[in-house]
Design a protein around this ligand. Structure first.
Ligand SMILES: Nc1nc2c(ncn2[C@@H]2O[C@H](COP(=O)(O)OP(=O)(O)OP(=O)(O)O)[C@@H](O)[C@H]2O)c(=O)[nH]1
Ligand SMILES: [Mg+2]
Length: 673
């Protein structure tokens, strides 16, 4: 019979835990070169040496004293769920900082196996580490790994099963000065005599109390023995105690490192040299903006030939379907509904692939963390944190993980503001709307217009944060501290996988929710409105105001008429709340993109819409109500319907006002008219 165990992957942020998790379990969880990629625990399975392992990937944490939500998730898993084995992943290029967590895991009495990761980078830097000596010193197995390429994984799993067979617990090799040991001993005696504390190792618990860990003190307060514990704690000055403990841990680590490794310190690394340029006071922001601009220019221009190919394919498909199907309503469903609707969305697949390829390069190289660093100065003036910028940049892909990523923000007000403004960051689902409209109306400037919309999204997010920070969500600003990761050369394979995964999600969405959405629109566009008297899906009904959708669309049209939108756009925007791609899909259905095998873009360019309304529609789509998935995650992460509704109302009002401004200023000045 196979044995079943739980193995947790723990460690500092950005050390390669998820890379190792993926290598062990064959999953494709998100990996990125900045701290705070993983914000919830992820499970996977692997059988090795007849042992069935449930592997748990955890968010990164610097110590077992947790501050932000993601750290609390990691810490609670290790302390409360007590995994059979904890694999601590250590960044070999940053041993001292990483071993600090080791000291605490040892105190906790966890069965430890150390994965000494990024050994390739340590080697390239010229460091040498004596692994067997390190193993001897720490008295736990240390396995050298290269997580990103799956190196050393089998050896790591062997070490896990070996360790399982050993009965002796991991020994705590860390000791402190006599004063601390005496206090700790006194507290341990109290803890050991009270069953209330039996769930936690006494040594670890007492050290945490001495360090002044708030959540541990809270636990202790609930016990009857707390007055006695308090008495011991009061004998020493708590402030000096906390730093004394930290000092002594670092001293032990340094003593060990002196014997175990030889670190090359005199090289100014390539990372440092690049950083001098890209985080430069004057150059930083222009460099960031030009990267972004280049990304959208490429996304647009490079994709065009591929888009044309897809367009030709759907044109052919529509013709073939029209010839093959003789039942009129069915032909209309397939041609004007499904092919026109889904086709109008799938045509943007090349743009989506390119966008995600570019995002992946930014994420894996480590540039993203630099962007956060330079933006911190601008952002601190807006009342947002530099740390908020990473979640915001993640929003370029999708706002849902972006909102999840705010879990790394310690201050709850900072976090709330970031969640509320995150939907203004333009996500991949809005890209089809931009590519369609900018491509139709702005020709060669399309890339620039799209860049402008992304920039507008960032600007609105920052200004809104400023506004909220000084009105509804007031509070102290907290300082920004972030470790800059070293640059890593993104692998073509890694970026290609990332791109393909996102492409798959996009296609799946086109085949599911978008398909259902456009068929819904087609159906409502085919059913005669009450009193119009026509027949289902016939020419005089379909897509006109004699249909149910046209009839109701006309009722809401006055709401958007001041923005230059007609009822078709009003309807497309309503359906777009399900998923933003449906804005384009519904337009395809309602403007009759399937009828004469004409593409939606050509129909719009031929006069179905003015360039000005097109620009307004892009702005409106950027800012109005986010999609259902996003609304759901805002509710879950804020835990409040009130704030969720606030976001929806605020965004939609802003969208309306800005689109109104575009249309009114544009039509009065005659620009773009
Ligand atoms: N050169 C090199 N890069 C690695 C190695 N392991 C991981 N990486 C890279 O390091 C970065 C961080 O990897 P992740 O697996 O996301 O790290 P993590 O520990 O899960 O990070 P958080 O979830 O943010 O705590 C990514 O860019 C990886 O490609 C390694 O052994 N060598
Ligand atoms: Mg991770």
């Amino acid at each position: 019979m196979t044995e079943k165990i739980t193995v947790a992957l723990a460690g500092n942020p950005n050390v390669g835990k998820t890379s190792i998790f993926n290598a062990i379990t064959g999953s494709k969880q998100h990996v990125g070169n900045w701290p705070g990629v993983t914000v919830e625990r992820k499970m996977g399975k692997r059988v090795h040496n007849d042992v069935e392992m449930e592997i748990v990937d955890l968010p990164g944490t610097y110590s077992l004293t947790a501050y932000s939500l993601d750290e609390i998730i990691a810490r609670d898993f290790i302390i409360e769920e007590k995994p059979h084995i904890v694999i601590q992943v250590i960044d070999a290029t940053n041993l001292e900082r990483n071993l600090y967590l080791t000291t605490q895991l040892m105190e906790l009495g966890a069965k430890l196996v150390i994965a000494l990761n990024m050994t390739d980078l340590a080697l390239a830097k010229g460091d040498s580490i004596d692994i067997s000596k390190m193993q001897e010193y720490l008295e736990v197995p240390v396995i050298s790994t290269v997580g990103s390429r799956g190196g050393g994984i089998e050896g790591l799993l062997d070490a896990v099963t070996d360790e399982l067979r050993k009965t002796r617990p991991t020994e705590n090799i860390f000791t402190y000065d006599a004063g601390i040991e005496k206090r700790s001993g006194e507290i341990e005696t109290i803890l050991n005599s009270d069953p209330y504390f039996a769930h936690y190792p006494a040594r670890w618990f007492s050290m945490k109390l001495l360090e002044g860990d708030e959540s541990i003190i809270k636990k202790a307060v609930e016990s009857d023995r707390y007055p006695e514990i308090r008495e011991v704690l009061d004998k020493t000055d708590a402030y000096s105690l906390e730093s004394r403990i930290a000092d002594q841990r670092y001293r032990t680590i340094q003593t060990m490192l002196r014997q175990v490794c030889n670190i090359n310190t005199n090289r100014l690394s390539g990372s440092d040299m690049v950083d001098r340029v890209v985080t430069n006071k004057y150059l930083g922001i222009p460099i960031f903006l030009s990267f972004m601009w280049a990304a959208f220019e490429l996304t647009f221009s490079f994709a065009t030939p591929f888009m044309n190919m897809i367009d030709v394919f759907f044109g052919w498909l529509a013709e073939a379907a029209a010839n093959a199907i003789s039942i009129p309503w069915l032909a209309s469903l397939v041609g004007e509904g499904i092919i026109a609707g889904v086709g109008s969305v799938v045509i943007f697949l090349p743009n989506i692939l390119l966008l995600f390829f570019m995002i992946s390069l930014m994420e894996d190289s480590g540039y993203m963390a630099r962007a956060a660093f330079i933006m911190d100065k601008v952002m601190s003036r807006t009342g947002l944190h530099g740390k908020s910028f990473i979640p915001l940049v993640m929003g370029f892909g999708c706002n849902v993980p972006a909102i999840m990523a705010t879990r790394t923000i310690e201050d709850s007000r900072d976090r709330l503001v970031t969640i509320l403004v995150a939907p203004f960051i333009s996500c991949g689902a809005r890209l089809p709307v931009y590519v369609l409209l900018a491509g139709t109306f702005f020709g060669r400037d399309a890339g620039l217009v799209i860049f402008g919309l992304y920039a507008l999204g960032i600007l609105v997010a920052l200004l809104s944060a400023r506004l909220m920070r000084s009105t509804v969500i007031r509070g102290e600003d907290t300082p920004f501290i972030m470790e800059l990761p070293s640059y890593k050369l993104p692998t073509l394979k890694g970026s290609a996988i990332h791109m393909w995964e996102r492409g798959k999600i996009y296609l799946k969405k086109a085949g599911s929710i978008i398909l259902v959405g456009v068929v819904g629109v087609w159906l409502l566009a085919s059913i005669p409105a009450p009193g119009s008297g026509g027949t289902f899906a016939s020419g005089e009904i379909y897509g006109t105001t004699n249909s149910v959708i046209g009839f109701t669309g006309q009722l809401i049209e006055p709401l958007v008429a001041p923005l230059g939108f007609d009822w078709r756009i009003a309807v497309a925007l309503v359906f777009g709340v399900v998923a933003k791609e449906i804005v384009v899909g519904s337009m395809g259905v309602l403007y009759g993109a399937g009828e004469d095998e004409e593409s939606l873009s050509n129909i719009l360019a031929a006069g179905a819409m003015t360039p000005l309304a097109g620009l307004g529609l892009m702005v409106f789509t950027l800012l109005y109500v986010p999609c259902f998935a996003c609304i759901g995650v805002i509710k879950r992460e804020t835990g409040s319907w009130k704030w969720t509704l606030f976001q929806l109302l605020y965004g939609t009002t802003l969208a309306w006002m800005l689109a109104f401004l575009v249309f009114q200023v544009g039509s009065r000045t005659g620009l773009l008219a």
